[in-house]
Design a protein around this ligand. Structure first.
Ligand code: GLY
Ligand code: MN
Ligand code: MN
Length: 546
């Protein structure tokens, strides 16, 4: 199939953007540059030693390897949950073929790729995690004719997972393909192995084109694709639609957007297995914060101490999980007032606070999103404590509101804002004659000068999960069991904020917890084990730094 990266041929090197194949270990006879015709820029990208190509070498490198595992791997814990998700998505589109790509590898430069991370819709619906699988495509194949409802209780679709299974050890791919060859990327799965793990019927990616085209047409099967996941697959779906006389390109964007929206909304309510993953992500994040605090003395002595903190968390993220759910904010002093401070190149000074916003993405690709604001010395100063307590009160009010029956998602934010506005009024920061109540009105909002971000977002496979959900399904929706979201109020007084009292300037505080709505409607903190009150945070720091 044309979407697969071209396999590099030593005679005809692939372009640098699609192959590392010529970066071989055994050096072969590189032709003398002077005698050759001028190289194209693409060819120069492969100016590295090449694999031998003679048959004797190929026979030799393809032989003498031990047997493959005799047993199939066990079914994954996620498999049945993912099957239920596929059924729920399919039921919204009976008779239609739904295409959910994992996405391709992304080139970092020349023949080096970024680490692979699949599109979240794919992971969610295939039930797969880390590393599975560049260029794979999940297709929900309709089991009923277009427009005809499925019989009561019968499935509307069958999932089919298309990917590139491992090649024979006697193939050139085995040793010469840096994206798929087992000598380059390690053991690769067979069709049968992936079927055993996922419980999904699998097929070779080369058969995808024909499978997409089968029965496509105005009186036949309509296709939808998660268009953002893989440009090449979107183009393939589009050309298939065009050939079948279906709307394609811009004319199909609404059709495709509806699929993305549905996949996003499907994640609004996490299942039991997902909630266990979220707790595991939070627990790994707690371990990351612990190590970050242990590294504070080294950070204080380092010219770029924020990087020391960032690195300590990152080490745990890789040891305990797949990595970071998003770039860590390690913001000391006034840097905390830059909301997306990810440069982390500042010093960490005694007497200051450090705002750390960090989350571990575990191997199932679920991430936590936690912020703690930590005194470098282990003790808050009086002004720091005053601001911290105001933010904590706002967080507690939001949490209490979330626990009230009928609470809508946006009400959580309103509860936090009521406290923030009240404190700013008490401190005399609102404009002359403006009360907290005035400020909370639509024509006021003065308090937002000191907290311009929102209080909550859904959390899951993406740090800002369910981002394509309709407003009525998200901000305006009543909280429902299975929802996982953040509560993260803050107050930010920049050093150059002339409207803030001098003693508060340079203080920026955010407290971010991850919460879940339980089956009985109660809201609980997944982050309950991470210290958050003034006293708890002080004890946390002093307990970890001798
Ligand atoms: N860490 C990103 C956020 O809190 O939304
Ligand atoms: Mn957040
Ligand atoms: Mn955050």
């Amino acid at each position: 199939m044309s979407q697969s990266p071209a396999e590099a041929s030593p005679q005809q090197p692939a372009t640098p953007a699609t192959s590392k194949a010529s970066a071989s270990a055994p050096s072969a006879s590189a032709p003398a540059a002077s005698a050759a015709a001028p190289q194209s820029l693409a060819q120069r990208g492969n100016n590295r030693s090449r694999q031998p190509t003679n048959q004797a070498f190929r026979d030799f490198i393809g032989s003498g390897w031990g047997p493959r595992p005799a047993e199939l791997p066990p079914r994954s814990e996620a498999a049945d949950w993912a099957a239920a998700r596929r059924a729920a998505l399919g039921a919204q589109f009976p008779g239609e073929r739904l295409v959910i790509p994992a996405g391709p590898l992304k080139v970092r430069n020349n023949d080096c790729d970024y680490r692979f991370r699949p599109h979240s819709a794919f992971s969610h619906l295939a039930g797969t995690g880390t590393d599975f699988e560049p260029d794979a495509v999940l297709v929900l194949e309709p089991l009923t004719p277009a427009g005809a409802p499925a019989p009561e209780g019968a499935p509307t679709h069958e999932g089919v997972l298309y990917f590139r299974p491992r090649a024979s050890r006697t193939s050139q791919e085995f040793y010469a393909n840096p994206r798929y060859g087992e000598l380059w990327v390690g053991a690769r799965p067979s069709i049968e192995e992936v079927e055993a793990v996922t419980g999904i019927r699998c097929a070779h990616i080369d058969s995808l084109g024909d499978a997409l085209a089968k029965d496509a047409g105005a009186d036949g099967v309509q296709l939808r694709v998660i268009a953002q996941a893989d440009e090449a697959i979107t183009a393939l779906v589009d050309s298939t639609r065009q050939a079948a006389g279906l709307a394609s390109g811009q004319a199909a964007s609404e059709v495709d957007d509806r699929l993305l929206e549905a996949a996003s909304e499907l994640r609004l309510r996490k299942d039991e297995w997902e909630i266990a993953q979220m707790q595991a992500a939070v627990d790994a994040t707690k371990a990351g914060f612990d190590d970050l605090i242990r590294s504070i003395p080294r950070a204080v002595g380092h010219w770029r101490g924020e990087r020391v903190l960032e690195g300590a968390f990152a080490a745990i993220a890789r040891e305990e999980g797949n990595g970071l759910g998003y770039d860590t904010i390690a913001a000391a002093g006034d840097h905390a007032n830059t909301l997306h401070w990810i440069n982390n190149d500042g010093a960490v000074r005694p007497g200051e606070l450090v705002l750390v916003d960090a989350g571990v993405e575990i191997d199932s690709l679920y991430t936590a999103d936690v912020t703690r604001t930590i005194p470098v010395d282990g003790v808050f100063t009086e002004p720091q404590r005053r601001v911290y307590q105001a933010v904590l009160d706002a967080a507690d009010a939001a949490f209490a509101r979330a626990n009230e029956p009928g609470c809508r998602f946006k009400d959580v934010h309103s509860a936090a804002m009521e406290v923030i506005a009240a404190r700013l009024e008490e401190w005399g920061l609102l404009p002359e004659g403006v009360t907290a109540a005035d400020s909370l009105g639509p024509d006021g909002q003065y308090h937002r000068r000191w907290m311009v971000h929102g209080t909550s977002h859904h959390l899951g496979l993406d740090v800002h999960d369910c981002a394509q959900a309709r407003r009525e399904m998200s901000m305006d929706a009543v909280l429902e069991p299975g929802m996982v979201f953040t509560i993260e109020p803050g107050l930010y007084f920049r050093a150059d904020d002339l409207l803030a009292p001098a003693e508060l300037r340079g203080i920026g505080i955010r407290i971010e917890d991850d919460v879940v709505v339980r089956p009985d409607g109660s809201v609980e903190r997944l982050t309950a084990g991470i210290p958050r009150t003034v006293e708890e945070v002080e004890a946390w720091v002093s307990g970890l730094i001798a």
